[in-house]
Design a protein around this ligand. Structure first.
Ligand code: CA
Ligand code: CA
Length: 107
């Protein structure tokens, strides 16, 4: 898959999100603010940021944590894919992978 196609898919996903932006779930959450689990978006752990990593984050699109985040999360939510640790799996998380696409992650 070429980078141009990937960017096109991401832009399409983001355009869908703009019309259905979720509420800021952290605004009413007590306690410490969660930090992202990964510093490099290598979601399948192979050391490289490539198509499979982008596919993983897209596959979890909109599987948000729910209003209890960060203390309670929905069964479908996976913190691994929440690359900005805000409790929602949306365009920003996809963009985090696209921005590092083609790079390698330190071991
Ligand atoms: Ca990877
Ligand atoms: Ca997120």
């Amino acid at each position: 898959m070429t980078r141009a196609v990937l960017v096109g898919l991401v832009l399409l996903a983001i355009s869908v999100v703009v019309d259905s932006a979720p509420p800021d779930l952290q605004a009413n959450s007590p306690g410490p603010t969660p930090a992202p689990l990964l510093s490099c978006p290598d979601l399948d752990g192979n050391g490289h940021v490539r198509g499979p990593d982008l596919s993983l984050v897209v596959a979890h699109f909109a599987r948000d944590a729910g209003p209890g985040f960060p203390n309670q999360v929905s069964a479908n939510y996976r913190f691994l894919y929440d690359l900005d640790a805000n409790g929602v799996l949306r365009g920003a998380d996809i963009t985090a992978v696209v921005n590092r696409y083609g790079t390698d992650c330190p071991q």
